[in-house]
Design a protein around this ligand. Structure first.
Ligand code: BGC
Length: 365
């Protein structure tokens, strides 16, 4: 077993004029994670294939400019509210709030996505790398001001990335608001076990431990229905190639241009399950054997197969990214929960602590 270690270096200046750093975390189990204090962005993540060969398996860039020119939230921490809030509106304690509603799918009326115009992904956070026995990681902190992006309440937020000797990347989120406010955080890493410029992820086998999904309207807002996946292109319970049914003439797949949907995890509290740290799903690349299992304390999983743009950007190797060049498995509460009182709440009360944990367990077989 290797010894856990880290290095710190400059990463460049963001479009907001903030100086960013990069941390190279070398795990005792061999996985190497490069992350920035710029929104906790994952720059590189090396995992072994079935022969032990290491490859960078995430979409990322050499410096902040890659993110600053057109960004579907590659590898970022998402907050204050991950995913969509319909029309950017919600009512809390009798007060109507209007958030920026800048995201719009064709046929939609606009919505708030991933925290607004400048979400938590777009700030340089305070950061502290650490080594704790065999673990290595970074603790990121920031204070979101009362009224930031239209949300009520100041929030003190802390996200801890830990890389363990067992090749687990654990993300622990904590946030304490000083007024009642919606909080729904996630990590938006896009995996491609062939490498970011290795073409589509349609050949990856995905599992999702969910027998229900929340269908959306044309603007990608959940209708409120909770639908069975059995017999549909959304049934990943036994594992299925992502591309197997992605192009079927299913109205939901047409709205998302592929998978861009929220599954309700069977073991999670929204489905009446036990909650706690539960298995959400995973990915496996038959070509090289790389795999990840995703475990979470969240009740839902949004899966997004990078459908919405041509992603005509140069990645780290100088090669162009392409349609469906990555897949994001985003653990979270259901989209538009502030407007769905029948679903588990995302409102965190003043002075109470929001906490959430997700683990990405890497392997090869
Ligand atoms: C959403 C997609 C969106 C993507 C990038 C995902 O979490 O579900 O609809 O296009 O993030 O912003």
């Amino acid at each position: 077993m290797a010894v856990a270690s880290f290095e710190v270096m400059e990463f460049g200046v963001t479009k907001y004029g903030e100086k960013a750093k990069k941390f190279i975390l070398k795990g005792a189990g061999g996985v190497v994670l490069e992350v920035s204090d710029y929104g906790g962005k994952v720059v590189r993540l090396f995992t072994p294939d079935r022969d032990g060969a290491m490859k960078d398996v995430v979409v990322g860039f050499d410096d902040p400019s890659g993110w600053d020119n057109g960004d579907p939230y590659w590898g970022c921490i998402i907050g204050r509210y991950g995913n969509r809030i319909a029309a950017g509106k919600f009512t809390l304690n009798g007060v109507d709030y209007q958030l920026p509603a800048l995201n719009n799918a064709p046929g939609g009326i606009g919505c708030n996505l991933h925290g607004g115009a400048r979400g938590w992904d777009a700030y340089v956070w305070d950061s502290e790398p650490f080594i704790d026995a065999d673990d290595v990681g970074v603790v990121f902190k920031r204070v979101s001001a009362d009224g930031e992006e239209g949300f009520p309440g100041k929030v003190e937020v802390c996200v801890k990335y830990t890389l363990t000797k067992d090749n687990v990347w654990r993300v622990d989120y904590e946030a304490v608001p000083d007024k009642d406010t919606p909080i729904n955080m996630t990590q938006h890493v896009y995996f491609n076990f062939k490498g970011e410029s290795g073409g589509t992820i349609e050949d990856h086998i995905m599992t999702i431990a969910a027998s229900k999904v929340t269908p959306t309207d044309a603007g990608q807002i959940p209708t409120g229905e909770i639908a069975d996946v059995a017999g549909t292109a959304f049934d990943f319970r036994d594992g299925m190639r992502i591309g197997e049914r992605i192009n079927e003439p299913d109205p939901q797949l047409e709205i998302g241009k592929g998978y861009d949907h929220n599954w309700v995890l069977d073991e999670g509290v929204m489905a009446g399950g036990k909650g706690g740290l539960i298995k959400a799903g995973g990915l496996y690349c038959p070509l090289n054997g790389r795999s990840v299992e995703v475990w979470t304390t969240e009740p839902c999983l949004q899966v997004y197969t990078a459908n919405w743009a041509s992603y005509d950007q140069k990645a780290k190797g100088g090669e162009h990214l392409s349609f469906r060049c990555g897949v994001a498995l985003e653990t979270q509460h259901a989209p538009d929960s502030p407007n769905k009182p029948q679903w588990p709440t995302t409102i965190v009360k003043a002075g109470e602590k929001y906490s959430s944990t997700t683990e990405f367990r890497f392997g090869a077989k």
